[in-house]
Design a protein around this ligand. Structure first.
Ligand SMILES: *Cc1c(COP(=O)(O)O)cnc(C)c1O
Length: 400
């Protein structure tokens, strides 16, 4: 092979060196080579509502969105997003100046951080964090400051935010708080009290807040999703990010959006226009229709996922895992220590051979790897028979 570089210097630059390949590639390859059931990556194995799929087909046939759609997104979708925020949360946004359509929440996160951060700015993110946060903060030249969610065992076991730790993490260099609720991978839904304290801190320290709410519709039991933008003083400092992927089970469509005050939306759009410019033309029209689905759609979707959560958590408990019952999202985090294990990486690498199931070690979502070491994440957005098969395999692999 011809020499491609004159030195031994690796190609990937220093900003991204630590983000070589994601764990999902490694684990999905393992799933393929072993024939294991993949409960690693979080995508549903059935498509969303037929009428929404048909709406996409119609848009495509009618020639809507087959050419570059408008930079901020098609007006139908921006109006539908604004209407959704108003109807659900009482948040009024102007579809022309306060809504921006993006290539999924992923681009919204990237564009927001690229637009708002100066090199050296600190970003406080809840740890464990969604994997793109760390990479995007790095691409923007920012510095991530993780605040760790800690396991609590009073009542239903869950991961909780320590508000004092959050307050202590703020410095003169802190530019923004990056919040995710409902939270992937822990399934924690921040309470009204916790959100109120975050809002007070943001106002007091004059911080911007970026909030990733892609699981806004996936909350169970008594849990309630409250957008941070609804708290006093927050509307003008909050960039709210959501997406159609999780809510409508079309993760391949990559239709996301930002809602924020005009100055913030303009800034995010400045970065976004040089990333994808525009995307997902016909799907934007279909998602506009999806956002107008009646409340019964969301109720049935939640009920279906709740049943799947209960099936998987019961199976994991029977197999001997300690389970953090998620109040939201479609992930469940477990503790493997009751199985006599403590290293989630080693456990997940062996699990396909050992049990025929793929899971993700939560440690990949931590800077403090040791804090995440014994935790392992499973996705339950799969068909009931797949989850039943997986739990059966786990029970056999860990006989008690
Ligand atoms: C899936 C996910 C995203 C990405 O959403 P897309 O719309 O598919 O880009 C962002 N944040 C969190 C927390 C997620 O789980």
């Amino acid at each position: 092979m011809a020499a491609m570089t004159s030195s031994a210097r690796p190609f990937l630059n220093r900003r991204l060196a630590e983000f070589g390949t994601t764990i999902f590639a490694e684990m999905s390859a393992l799933a393929l080579s072993t024939g294991a059931i993949n409960l690693g990556q979080g995508f549903p194995d059935t498509d969303g509502p037929e009428q929404v799929r048909e709406a996409a087909v119609r848009a495509l046939r009618d020639g809507r969105g087959n050419q570059y759609p408008p930079g901020p997104g098609v007006p139908e979708l921006r109006t539908a997003v604004a209407e959704h925020q108003r109807r659900r949360y009482g948040l009024g946004y102007d579809p022309d100046t306060e809504v921006l359509v993006t290539a999924g929440a992923t681009e919204a996160i990237a564009a927001t951080l690229l637009a708002l951060l100066e090199p050296g700015d600190e970003v406080i993110a809840l740890e464990p964090y969604y994997d793109s946060y760390a990479a995007c903060i790095a691409m923007a030249g920012g510095r991530r400051v993780p605040v760790t969610l800690r396991p609590h065992h009073d009542g239903d076991a869950s991961f909780r935010l320590d508000l004092d730790e959050l307050r202590d993490a703020v410095t003169d260099r802190t530019r923004l708080l990056l919040i995710n609720t409902p939270h992937n991978p822990t399934g924690t839904v921040l309470t009204r009290e916790e959100l109120s304290a975050i809002a007070e801190l943001a106002v007091e320290r004059d911080l911007l807040v970026v909030t990733d709410e892609v699981y806004e519709h996936l909350v169970f039991d008594d849990a309630e999703h409250v957008p941070l933008a609804t708290f006093p003083g927050m509307r003008e400092r909050t960039v709210t990010i959501s997406s159609a992927g999780k809510t409508y089970s079309f993760t391949g469509w990559k239709v996301g959006w930002v809602t924020a005050a005009p100055g913030l939306v303009t800034a995010v759009r400045s970065a976004k226009q040089f990333l994808t410019y525009v995307s997902s033309g016909p799907f934007q029209y279909a998602v506009a229709e999806a956002l107008a689905l009646p409340e019964t759609y969301f109720e049935e979707f939640r009920a279906d996922l709740r049943a799947k959560r209960d099936l998987l958590t019961a199976g994991l408990t029977e197999a001997g895992f300690a389970v953090f019952r998620p109040a939201g999202t479609y992930f469940v985090t477990t503790d493997i220590r009751p199985l006599g294990e403590s290293d989630g990486f080693a456990f997940c690498r062996a699990l396909p051979e050992r049990a025929g199931v793929v899971a993700i070690p939560n440690a990949v979502f931590y800077d403090h790897r040791e804090a995440g070491a014994p935790f392992v994440r499973f996705a339950f957005c799969k068909r009931v028979e797949v989850l039943a098969d997986a739990t059966e395999r786990l029970r056999k692999a860990f006989p008690r």
